[in-house]
Ligand binder design. Structure first.
Ligand code: F6R
Length: 500
């Protein structure tokens, strides 16, 4: 309770908070079973979390403060802020003992993808925590060491009086730590097999799903649930559905994070995107009386179409009233008028003239009445993003006489696989068998080991491959070569997954 009061003191007064004390707002949150706060920015809310941790560290004086830590993208800003507090506000970690949730297995602590490496880079190398107070599950044990090691990890946490604070992220499988669906409520630290979805999510860090370790050592659900205070961080729309399921759904092993509903002192810290599937945000008409703005009306009608699997013009008064939308009909007068209005809204977004139609009055369409030839500049993060996401539109713009330019922001070298590059190298070596540089590149590819970072020459070659592919699509589109621009912005060119 003390923790909760302290937390409220830190988090209250921020924008967008749900105040569970206020009966009006409580009605909106009636489907929610976990205390959650939603903020516009992950960076700002991470500062609040770091402040909470700092406050607890400073006020724990008679014993060690036992801090459970997570890895992954979610806690990075919290660690950044803790480092800042250490460097600028004298926050000391000398009295802190940390326990990380998990580590891949098998993996060496030296690998760039290991959680040992992650923790050094993001936190431990920059603070004054004594090395012997850091605990991260070992990923390089022999199979017969694992059982005893996991027992030791559990006992060590317990011997310090349990975790005072556990920081969590959440995976798209609803895992916390690496407790994948099927994990038992009473599970403790152990070796687990990772879910295929988790392996896929980790593939970008390991340069391919086949290189991701298939197992991990993780604290159990029970280990986590015994923490005195738990804060879970989730950012981004890709977390929205799992966050809603965890907060509003039933408690079940299928969604291990849902066990947190039973914890007496847990808060989810979310950004707008991650909270966007909560009922009060996604479908507010199901929990409160709405003010029917145009945007909300469109959202509601789309939602209803999906819900009842009907197209707009087939929606009936009963569909609206049975699905909590009778208030909307009252505002619009009749379902007939509402359906037609909505249909017209959608219809107006469709055009075969993305740059506008010359000599045609299009006052009611999303384009100017007398459009002239335009210069359009298409920014594409990687070569290919343009064609994949708007190839048809680019083609139309060119056909209809606009001046189209495409600017590729990065070389896209990371998108070219070794196999793909090898094909080009081998063609070249057939023409010039003694070309030493190409022979070296071939050797580099054939001897690639886990965690290998491409040499500058290999990255350059891969970049050239992307350039030639982009020029090929420009040719197919009849786009002059001079209108294709390769910016080669530098933040990508370090050969590793983490971008500058
Ligand atoms: C990491 C961990 C995982 C992550 C989760 C979310 O130590 O235990 O549960 O928190 O996979 O990962 P991100 O934050 O990268 O989305």
């Amino acid at each position: 309770m003390l923790f909760l009061l302290m937390t409220d003191a830190i988090f209250m007064g921020q924008t967008n908070t749900i105040n569970h004390e206020s009966p009006g707002k409580f009605q909106e949150a009636r489907f929610e079973k976990i205390h959650n706060l939603s903020y516009s920015s992950a960076t700002e809310s991470s500062k609040l979390v770091a402040n909470e941790i700092a406050h607890l560290i400073k006020t724990t004086v008679d014993r060690k403060f036992v801090l459970g830590l997570a890895t992954g993208s979610s806690p990075i800003d919290v660690y950044k802020e803790l480092v800042w507090l250490h460097q600028n506000e004298n926050l000391s970690f000398k009295n802190v003992v940390t326990f990380n949730l998990d580590e891949y297995y098998p993996i060496s602590p030296k690998e760039a993808q290991s959680y040992h490496h992650f923790m050094r880079v993001h936190l431990f190398d920059h603070i004054d925590i004594p090395k012997d107070q850091i605990n991260i599950p070992k990923g390089n044990l022999t199979p017969d060491e694992i059982r005893d090691y996991c027992k030791m990890y559990e006992n060590k946490i317990a011997s310090l009086g349990g975790l005072d604070y556990q920081l969590l992220g959440i995976g798209r499988t609803a895992h916390i730590g690496f407790n994948e669906p099927g994990s038992h409520r009473n599970s403790v630290t152990r070796l687990v097999t990772l879910d295929p979805l988790t392996l896929n999510d980790a593939a970008k860090d390991f340069n391919g799903v086949e290189k991701v370790p298939k197992k991990a050592i993780t604290m159990g659900i029970n280990t986590i649930m015994n923490a005195k205070r738990i804060v879970l961080l989730a950012w981004g729309s890709h977390k929205a559905s799992v966050v809603a399921k965890t907060i509003e759904g039933p408690i079940s092993e299928v969604a291990p994070a849902s066990f947190l509903q039973e914890h007496p002192n847990v808060t989810f810290i979310l950004d707008k995107e991650a909270s966007s599937d909560l009922t009060r945000i996604n479908t507010p008409w199901l929990v409160l009386d709405c003010e029917w703005t145009e945007v909300l009306t469109k959202k509601a009608v789309f939602w209803l179409c999906k819900r009842v699997s009907k197209s707009i013009l087939k929606l009936t008064p009963r569909d609206y009233s049975e699905n909590g939308l009778s208030g909307l009909i009252n505002t619009y007068g009749s379902v007939y008028d509402l359906n037609i209005w909505m249909f017209n809204q959608v219809q107006k977004t469709i055009t075969g003239w993305p740059g506008g139609k010359p000599k045609f009055s299009d006052e009611n369409r999303p384009e100017r009445a007398n459009p002239s030839s335009k210069r359009s500049l298409i920014f594409s993060p990687h070569p290919v993003d343009d064609i994949i996401s708007m190839g048809g539109t680019i083609s139309r713009l060119i056909e209809q006489g606009h001046q189209v330019h495409i600017a590729y922001q990065t070389s896209g070298s990371r998108g070219v696989s070794n196999e793909h590059a090898l094909r080009y190298i081998e063609v070249y070596l057939q023409i010039e068998p003694d070309q030493l540089n190409f022979q070296q590149l071939k050797n580099e590819i054939l001897n690639t080991k886990e965690g290998h970072i491409d040499s500058v020459a290999l990255r350059e070659l891969k970049g050239f491959i992307r350039v030639s592919e982009s020029l090929e699509s420009a040719r197919l589109l009849n786009l002059p070569k001079e209108n294709v621009h390769f910016l080669n912005l530098p933040f990508y060119e370090n050969g590793i997954t983490k971008k500058k």
